[in-house]
Design a protein around this ligand. Structure first.
Ligand code: GTP
Ligand code: MG
Length: 203
């Protein structure tokens, strides 16, 4: 699939402010600074679409981007930003948890994981929370350009072995680099497959 048109629709501080449409949504979540907004820009071929920053905590709201006039990519705030005050942390967690749990339009949640690091406690905790709440997810390993191929493979193997301590099967996963535009086709094809599957369910 190709993204022919992408535009910012709106920001919301809770699910009540999200677009009142039945269009399908594909959302990106993960630790602050993992590369969620950059990935959206890479997929849409527009570096100015979602706001990115080297400083964690840039995205604070639920941001909807309308794609090809008929579905949304959703940029969520990151979890686990240590410098956020307690009140702000609770506020962001409420936004994230509410969106993931209650947004009926959400078809696929992509959890982004930094491919340079071992599995972080907070990522595992979020995955376990998704499991408890029956929210299916896929993984996108980010910043693949920052590793050698062998280091990347080693890190991912290690993360997968941690995941397998809690699940019988591995979730769907993708390797990406927004810098080098890696993973674009695979992620968009996966979304396309899901869009068609959802449409045929409704037909
Ligand atoms: P928050 O909105 O703060 O939660 O962060 P985010 O997850 O949206 O991250 P963002 O896309 O703003 O990227 C954070 C930093 O990582 C920026 O400096 C990006 O340029 C950098 N970055 C993101 N993706 C990649 C990548 O694939 N490769 C490299 N080398 N840097 C990346
Ligand atoms: Mg962001």
């Amino acid at each position: 699939m190709q993204i022919k048109k992408a535009s910012f629709k709106q920001s919301a501080s809770s699910i009540f402010g999200c677009p009142k449409t039945n269009m399908q949504e594909y959302a990106f979540i993960g630790r602050s600074n993992v590369g969620k907004s950059s990935l959206i820009n890479m997929l849409c071929n527009n570096n100015k679409l979602a706001k990115t920053s080297a400083t964690p905590g840039k995205t604070q709201l639920i941001n909807h981007f309308l794609i090809n006039e008929h579905w949304f990519l959703v940029d969520l705030p990151g979890y686990g930003f240590a410098k956020t005050g307690k009140d702000q942390k609770v506020k962001i967690e409420t936004i994230i948890f509410d969106y993931c749990k209650k947004r009926d339009q959400l078809v696929c949640l992509f959890i982004l994981i930094d491919s340079r690091l071992e599995l972080q406690k907070i990522d595992l905790e979020f995955m376990l929370w998704c499991g408890e709440n029956e929210i299916p997810f896929s993984i996108i390993y980010t910043k693949a350009d920052k590793n050698s191929k062998s280091q990347l493979e080693k890190n991912i193997k290690q993360i997968e072995s941690e995941i397998l301590k809690h699940w019988e099967d591995l979730p769907n996963s993708f390797i990406s680099s927004s810098e080098k535009k890696t993973g674009k086709e695979e992620i968009l094809d996966f979304i396309d497959f899901n869009i068609k599957a959802q449409n045929s369910l409704k037909a």
